[in-house]
Design a protein around this ligand. Structure first.
Ligand code: ADP
Ligand code: MG
Length: 325
């Protein structure tokens, strides 16, 4: 059974300025022990998907489609069941959470509290907190530190330990490296890869930076304007993209660890569209180097593009889309 199965997910936020269709018909499956990357520029709907998985979106948001965790429909769960499933079936390391640790509690106590909330005795929780923190690379000498005494990378490790407190089957890491410098980014990535290997975790790794996914993820889904526009095995998606957006994103973030190569202007011009004012036809056509006149009228659905791959573009299979090199 899949760790996560998302079927035809659509999310519309209600705002003062009207409805915001942030996610528009997304299918995504993660098998046990698999690492899947979800990429796309800021505003494409990635965090919305993360929130939808554990039913953590703001009140009033309209969600349609299905989210199955270990085969169980999250949106059909009674509140008690949902509480039990959050953090045990799936846990999220939230985007931008580096400052969310409680500033007046020692980190050992914060992790122990999370373990204890899920039924461990105080003594067991303390022991398990120390183990978890050790596992993410925080030595026992730091258990009594306060969050402000830790570096950004160490705080991100504490957040990962917190997410692991209930031994979840699926970990969703939403931009876990974005606020960190490149050396520390690489260390956090390595930690996630190790955890995935030794705990058999399923991992949904969310980032706007395609280059960090190349070495981490088996499969990759690329999002644009609330939809998945390409998915497939990471190596082929990155080396021979079928969607012009994937190719442009790969050119924009070519090499991990090389700040000079970031946001190469040849990669992407302009910004992604506002979801409440989407272009007609293919949402990417106004920024696309290889758009045809018909792309402004007609959106192409995801279609097969080789083994275990799909892309949503009129050019699929034509070889016209040029890769990152
Ligand atoms: P990403 O994580 O890819 O950057 P998000 O899922 O955070 O994208 O946001 C997708 C779109 O939904 C964006 O246009 C964002 O402005 C909008 N959005 C996010 N949260 C809300 C909200 N609570 N109310 C209205 N619009 C929102
Ligand atoms: Mg986000």
């Amino acid at each position: 059974m899949s760790a996560l199965e998302i079927r035809s997910l659509a999310v519309t936020y209600r705002s003062d300025r009207g409805d915001v269709p942030a996610v528009r018909g997304v299918d995504l499956t993660i098998e046990p022990g698999e690492t899947v990357g979800l990429a796309g520029e800021s505003g494409c709907g990635k965090s919305t998907i993360a929130g939808a998985v554990l039913k953590l979106l703001p009140k009033g948001s309209e969600v349609t489609g299905q989210v199955l965790l270990g085969g169980e429909d999250v949106y059909a769960m009674k509140p008690g069941r949902l509480r039990a499933v959050r953090w045990t079936s799936a846990a999220i390391v939230f985007q931008g959470a580096l400052h969310s640790l409680n500033p007046v509690h020692r980190i050992g106590a914060q992790v122990a509290e999370a373990v204890e909330l899920h039924g461990a005795t105080a003594a067991d929780a303390r022991r398990r907190a120390a183990e978890l923190l050790e596992r993410v690379g925080i030595p026992s000498g730091r258990l009594r530190s306060y969050p402000h005494q830790l570096s950004g990378g160490q705080r991100q490790r504490v957040l990962i330990a917190l997410a692991l407190a209930c031994d979840p089957a699926l970990l969703i890491a939403d931009e876990p490296t974005t606020a960190l410098d490149v050396m520390v980014q690489a260390q956090v990535l390595e930690l996630l890869a190790e955890l995935q290997r030794d705990r058999g975790l399923s991992l949904l790794f969310i980032t706007h930076d395609l280059s960090v996914l190349a070495s981490t993820c088996e499969r990759l889904a690329v999002m644009y304007a609330g939809q998945i526009v390409e998915h497939g095995p990471s190596s082929v998606v990155l080396s021979a993209p079928e969607h012009p957006y994937t190719a442009a994103l790969a050119r924009a973030f070519p090499t991990i660890g090389d700040p000079a190569s970031r946001m190469n202007p040849s990669g992407l011009r302009g910004d992604p569209p506002d979801p409440s004012a989407l272009p007609t036809g293919c949402s990417f056509h106004p920024r696309c180097d290889v758009a045809l006149p018909s792309c402004g009228d007609l959106a192409v659905r995801l279609q097969p593009a080789g083994r275990a791959r799909a892309a949503a573009c009129v050019h699929v299979g034509s070889g016209i889309v040029k890769g990152a090199s």
